[in-house]
Design a binder for this molecule. Structure first.
Ligand SMILES: NC(=O)c1ccc[n+]([C@@H]2O[C@H](COP(=O)([O-])OP(=O)(O)OC[C@H]3O[C@@H](n4cnc5c(N)ncnc54)[C@H](OP(=O)(O)O)[C@@H]3O)[C@@H](O)[C@H]2O)c1
Length: 307
């Protein structure tokens, strides 16, 4: 099988294109997906560098990547929701790191997948799952964002942030996003009612009034400022810093979820969710895609396309 793999943790030079990888095993609950596209996320870089080795059991060679869109190649005997030939997308994170999505085939537990929304291309659908689920689970399930809530989304021009702005708008919120000025028009196009320049001082000093909920995607000083941004500390969520709990807020760790993926697909098909692709790379340029994401200033999503 063709794919990118690495035999040790390290910088992006460990990523090697190979055509001799074994075909993945397919268990009873597993859907084997022929990969069309895979989004690149900051966590892919943390895993490759070995910074998360204590959090995920790992087995070399590791094929990186968790986001996928593609076509079902084979379904295990206990799989009921998917059949060969169907188009799917998903967030293929298991507890163990080994069989990732930067290869021709990935074995996906069926709970990690949903049918691909017809309105999205393979590239868009492959870039949506991890970032979209993070934003949806934080806003809809944990922060319980609803009609009329004032919601502050930090780092709003990135992969999670840009989807979070649109999801909060779809939930009926008045959304305020932080970004550098070059991205303010981009956020307004996504439906942000207000935009703040993160280099112009703490958000609490720029807000005209307090907000009902804060989604922190930065940590550090931005998170420390959150209690001065929000009316009720219980409605602070961070996805980057578990120390948010010390402030009275909640930490969210994204999980694969079939029904949440379906909801993201429904929003996309309803015209409520766009997936802006900053840049698409061919598989052999995955290292370049990692470098771009590691730079920390991507607008929207970076994706790798395989076919
Ligand atoms: N806990 C979880 O389950 C979970 C899930 C997903 C992601 N995460 C984490 O969440 C974070 C965001 O992920 P992502 O994929 O959205 O990242 P990303 O796409 O790489 O973020 C890039 C964006 O960050 C903006 N940015 C950089 N510094 C900023 C600042 N100080 N204030 C406001 N915006 C800033 C950049 O805009 P400018 O060019 O304007 O600076 C750029 O648009 C990462 O740390 C990631 O690891 C955690």
């Amino acid at each position: 099988m063709r794919g990118i793999a690495y035999d040790r943790f390290g910088d992006d030079s460990v990523l090697k294109l190979r055509d001799d990888l074994p075909e993945p095993p397919v268990g009873p609950d597993t859907v084997l997906v022929r990969v069309h596209a895979t989004g690149v996320n900051p966590v892919d870089i943390g895993i490759r560098e070995g910074r998360l080795a204590g959090a995920y059991p790992h087995h070399f060679p590791i094929i990186p990547g968790w986001d996928v869109s593609g076509v079902v190649e084979q379904a295990g005997p206990a799989v009921v929701d998917f059949a060969p030939g169907e188009e799917v997308f998903g967030y293929v994170r298991r507890d163990d790191v080994q069989w990732g999505t930067a290869a021709d085939l990935v074995p996906a537990p069926q709970r990690c997948l949903a049918h691909k929304p017809g309105s999205l291309s393979f590239a868009e659908a492959g870039a949506l799952p991890l970032a979209g689920l993070t934003a949806y689970q934080a806003l809809a399930e944990v922060l319980d964002v609803g009609e009329g809530d004032r919601v502050l989304v930090h780092r709003a021009a990135g992969g999670v942030g840009f989807l979070a702005v649109q999801i909060a708008v779809a939930l009926g919120a008045h959304v305020i996003g932080t970004a550098s000025p070059k991205n303010h028009g981009f956020l307004r196009d996504a439906g942000a009612a207000e935009v703040l320049d993160y280099s112009a001082g703490p958000a609490s000093e720029q807000l005209s009034e307090s907000v009902d909920a804060v989604l922190d995607l930065i940590g550090g000083p931005a998170l420390a400022d959150a209690p001065d941004q929000v009316r009720d500390r219980a409605r602070i969520v961070s996805v980057v810093d578990p120390a948010v709990r010390d402030l009275g807020g909640r930490y969210v760790f994204v999980r694969p979820d079939h029904h949440d993926l379906e909801e993201l697909g429904r929003m996309a098909d309803a015209g409520q969710l766009r997936v802006p692709i900053a840049k698409a790379f061919p598989l052999e340029q995955l290292a370049e895609a990692h470098r771009l994401v590691a730079g920390g200033h991507v607008r929207g999503k970076v994706v790798v396309t395989l076919r």
